[in-house]
Design a protein around this ligand. Structure first.
Ligand code: NDP
Length: 294
């Protein structure tokens, strides 16, 4: 069965729209997301445009600040500080990746954790570890919402996460092991140094693939009846599409789908849910649900 990110994201956007209208009615202003985009990377342009468009759809205000590739780290950090101080901005994201001369760790740490709706700041990550209220990184958050929507049983299951990035794999592994729903899994976090990866993945009840390699997870690596979450977004140029490219996941969907209980498509799965994670974090920030007025 398909875990349909399109259907679930549209449904949740309706709820977010109603909540944004309530925020406007009570505070006199819309939830407001600011995004900073450096350079012109094709993927980043698409993601940021989609985030801005979705803000508009649900009744949020959005502001995009653009810089050329050559912007200095000092100038970028000064802009972040300025937005941190702006009481009319609820959420601030800086689209990754950044040019090599800018340290992403410094950028992440400079964003005020009260506005860190991407959930990458060490304070939010630390609070997530301790199961305290925090902004959960948008992609893992979107995956949790999808599992919840389909009432996927997770307690006691073996969840294998493939990929250990700071933005997807590592936080996902922590969330799936938490004493919460979705969670309570026995988690194995795997990466490029993992031995016998095929065997490890084959033992999974739930597979979360965040590798960045087209069709990496093959049918032979998937147990009958497994739940498969495909985070990968791999772009290839294509003459057959209007946009000029085609998206592929990390999972060989055609071969794997017949074997598993549930699977996310690419596109139409986790990518759309990531936007929902970001919108929900921004809404929570506007409503001061995470940190109150501190
Ligand atoms: P990273 O490149 O940061 O991390 C990839 C991970 O995969 C690393 O931990 C790496 O291991 C591991 N890996 C690479 N090759 C292998 C291998 N042969 N065997 C086992 N593990 C391997 O990627 P991200 O986490 O940022 O993104 C992963 C994918 O998800 C990409 O396609 C990205 O575009 C997509 N993505 C999608 C989002 C969405 O909204 N749907 C959001 C964010 C990302 P090691 O650490 O050892 O190098």
């Amino acid at each position: 069965m398909l875990l349909d990110g399109k259907y679930v994201s549209e449904k949740l956007k309706e709820e977010i729209t109603a909540e944004a209208a309530a925020v406007l009615a009570t505070t006199g202003r819309q939830p407001h997301l600011a995004a900073i985009l450096v350079g012109h990377d094709g993927g980043s342009e698409t993601y940021v445009a989609s985030k801005m468009k979705n803000c508009e759809k649900v009744g949020f205000k959005s502001t995009l600040v653009r810089y050329d590739e050559s912007v200095s780290e000092t100038e970028l950090l000064a802009k972040i500080e300025e937005i941190n101080r702006d009481p009319y901005v609820d959420g601030l994201i800086v689209q990754l990746p950044l040019p090599k001369h800018i340290d992403p760790e410094k950028v992440t740490a400079t964003i005020d954790h009260h506005k860190d709706v991407d959930g990458f700041h060490p304070v939010n990550l630390g609070r997530m570890m301790r199961n305290l209220p925090c902004f959960i990184p948008a992609t893992p958050y979107g995956i949790l919402l999808l599992l919840e929507e389909y009432k996927i049983e997770t307690s006691g299951k073996h969840c294998v996460v493939v990929g250990r990035s700071n933005i997807v794999g590592s936080p996902m592994s922590i969330l799936m092991a938490r004493n919460a729903y979705p969670g309570n899994c026995t988690v194995t976090l795997t990466h490029s140094r993992t031995k016998n990866l095929d065997d490890v993945v084959r033992s999974a009840d739930i597979i979360i693939a965040a590798i960045g390699k087209k069709n990496f997870i093959t049918a032979g690596m998937v147990k009958e009846g497994a739940v498969v979450i495909d985070v990968g977004i791999n772009r290839e140029t294509s003459a057959a599409t209007k946009s000029g490219y085609k998206l592929y996941g990390d999972v060989d969907f055609e071969a794997v789908a017949p074997k598993c209980a549930y699977i996310t498509p690419v596109p139409g799965g986790v990518g759309l849910m990531t936007i929902i994670g970001l919108l929900k974090n921004t809404l929570a920030s506007a409503k001061k649900e995470i940190y109150g007025n501190d």
